[in-house]
Design a protein around this ligand. Structure first.
Ligand SMILES: C[S@@+](CC[C@H](N)C(=O)[O-])C[C@H]1O[C@@H](n2cnc3c(N)ncnc32)[C@H](O)[C@@H]1O
Length: 190
């Protein structure tokens, strides 16, 4: 886990903040999911955190960038063996085609797509599944703490829509934590 952290820092990859890591770890320990889906693997740091927190869990992680995918595959094979499956794809392609049911989903991929992802994933959640999403305040631009910069306007609008959708969806018990870069945690009760 530490080596993947160091490697990610060396490559200047945007991995989860320490606050986020602690919350992710605690949620996995508490819920002991059988099957985890992660959207946005980078080179496997957050995946290794989750696999380390529950040694019976299996994880599928999706990464679009081929170089990151290759490193991630090597890293997770080393730290988790067959418990980890790394797939090089656009996340939506996988989501639309899988028939699996997930007990825990960590969404840390393209921020503008969170709403599209959750709409498709709702039917692929097991009862009481947990969904955790990172960066839902996106450097303070979603909650009005920082001005929205040019070039990310659509993404910020989409993140706001996603947060509202989750808070108003009766199939989820949703809470937003003012930690890290904003973390959304939802329990699927539908
Ligand atoms: C914030 S990084 C993930 C960091 C990782 N979760 C961690 O903390 O170690 C987001 C990753 O999502 C990947 N990504 C972006 N768009 C994607 C897509 N459409 N499908 C799958 N992965 C995507 C990026 O290449 C990037 O590596």
């Amino acid at each position: 886990m530490n080596s993947i952290f160091n490697q990610s820092k060396k490559l200047n990859l945007p991995i989860i903040l320490n606050d986020t890591k602690v919350i992710l770890e605690d949620l996995i320990k508490e819920n002991k999911p059988n099957l985890i889906l992660e959207i946005g693997a980078a080179i496997g740091y957050s995946a290794s955190v989750m696999l380390n927190a529950c040694d019976t869990a299996k994880l599928i992680t999706l990464e679009k960038n081929v170089e990151r995918f290759k490193i991630c595959k090597e890293n997770l094979a080393r730290v988790a063996g067959v418990r980890a499956e790394v797939i090089n794809c656009d996340a939506m392609e996988f989501i639309e085609n899988t028939n699996l049911k997930f007990d825990f989903i960590f969404i840390d991929g393209p921020k503008g797509q969170y709403l599209n992802y959750i709409k498709k994933l709702e039917s692929k959640l097991s009862k009481n599944a947990i969904v955790m999403c990172d960066n839902i305040y996106f450097h303070g631009m979603v909650n009005g703490k920082t001005p929205v910069t040019k070039g990310v306007r659509t993404m910020i609008r989409n993140l706001k829509k996603f947060n509202e959708y989750m808070l108003n969806n009766k199939n989820f018990e949703t809470q937003i934590l003012e930690k890290g870069d904003g973390i959304l945690i939802a329990k699927y009760t539908g």
